[in-house]
Design a protein around this ligand. Structure first.
Ligand code: SAM
Ligand code: DTB
Ligand code: SF4
Length: 345
């Protein structure tokens, strides 16, 4: 597979996100955006997108499951929870060479960020040594690094930062008042505490959620308000469309109206104008036309590669064809993530 050639340099680093003095998005205002006529919402989202991302480029992030299945948590959407019979086998943590091969491949295919995911409630100390080595080595390839390992204890975020981690992904998943319908083995506050540790360690925050889990529109607004009112809001916001996996409690729900998914992206763009809004899980089910509307609504990042963690993603080749068809450029690697010897300074 060849890397996409239509790349542009990113000239506005995410570090430019400023501290905001206070929470600025009351739930009622976020809900009012959701309730705008569709074209008015899209127009406002486009204005925000063009003002903050004039190049209109799309970031490509590749995911790898470094530790699959057997998780002790009960997240109702997740095929990796040991308690649900989903056919996902529990595996040991991958060895470093396997991870590096995947990262090299991702880079050769044009991805700028490599995200390592583990089916853990939280990482144990013996896991941390291995993950730190992975982060160090992937970073040395000149890629941005991201990890999602579950809740972090005091000190662990600093360890990851020291190893060269750029982003930590930890999702709040849904609105506070819907959360207990989906997960019982950890609290909303636990997630916020981990996000606080990630910020304090100087890592960039990747935090989003899932829609299509049976929540109301108000609860979708509640999820986005919670994200936008984090101070500062996340640099990366993955918006996942629930992938319904047989054996999980959320399998068999009525699917979300695709236009409501597009609205969710548009509202995220308006209220977190400088964030990379990532069209995440569920793209296969959305199809090309809905994805195109999501890009119009301000999505500017995708998970790129034939697999997410355990479920399917569009083929990389199909994504390249879709981006080309829409005339969308991809983001090129930043100097910040390039290896020191390659930057000539
Ligand atoms: N175990 C860690 C944790 O829960 O933080 C990291 C991996 S976990 C799989 C990362 C995120 O993937 C979840 O927080 C959730 O938002 C998303 N996810 C998991 N299963 C999903 C599904 N079936 N559909 C959509 N998103 C999903
Ligand atoms: C995120 O928000 N979505 C990704 C990533 N962060 C780790 C995970 C999606 C997982 C979809 C289900 C699976 O493939 O197991
Ligand atoms: Fe475990 Fe993460 Fe899946 Fe929850 S989302 S069951 S913590 S792997």
């Amino acid at each position: 597979m060849n890397a996409p050639t239509n790349t542009v340099a990113l000239h506005r680093p995410t570090a430019a996100i400023k501290e905001r003095p206070d929470a600025t998005w009351p739930l009622a205002d976020v809900l009012a955006l959701f309730e705008l006529p569709f074209n008015d919402l899209m127009f406002r989202a486009q204005q925000a997108h063009r003002a903050h991302f004039p190049d209109g480029d799309v970031e490509l992030a590749t995911l790898l499951s470094i530790k699959t299945g057997g998780c002790e948590e009960d997240c109702g959407y997740c095929p990796q929870a040991a308690r649900y019979d989903t056919g996902v086998e529990a595996k040991k943590i991958l060895d470093i060479d396997t991870v590096l091969d995947a990262a090299r491949q991702a880079k050769a295919n044009g991805a700028t960020r490599f995200c390592m995911g583990a089916a853990w409630r939280s990482p144990k100390e013996r896991d941390m040594d291995k993950v730190e080595e992975m982060v160090r080595e992937v970073k040395a390839l000149g890629m941005e690094t991201c990890a999602t390992l579950g809740m972090l204890e005091e000190g662990q975020a600093e360890q990851l930062k020291k190893a060269g981690l750029d982003f930590y992904n930890h999702n709040i998943d849904t609105a506070p008042d819907f959360y207990n319908n989906v997960i019982s083995t950890r609290e909303y506050q636990d997630r916020l505490d981990t996000l606080g540790r990630v910020r304090n360690a100087g890592l960039k925050v990747c935090c989003g959620g899932i829609v299509g889990m049976g929540e109301t529109r108000e609860q979708r607004a509640g999820l986005l308000a919670q994200l936008a009112n984090l101070n500062p809001y996340p640099e990366s916001v993955p918006v996942n469309h629930l992938v319904q996996v047989e054996g999980t409690p959320l399998h068999g729900l009525d699917p979300l109206d695709p236009l409501e998914f597009v609205r969710t992206i548009a509202v995220a763009r308006i209220i977190m104008p400088e964030a990379r809004v990532r069209l995440s899980a569920g793209r296969r089910q959305l199809g090309e036309a809905v994805q195109a509307m999501c890009f119009m609504a301000g999505a500017n990042s995708i998970f790129y590669g034939d697999k997410l963690l355990t479920t399917g993603n569009p083929e990389a080749e199909d994504d390249r064809a879709l981006l080309a068809k829409l005339g969308l450029k991809t983001r090129s690697a930043t100097l910040e993530s390039a290896p020191k010897e390659a930057c000539g300074c």
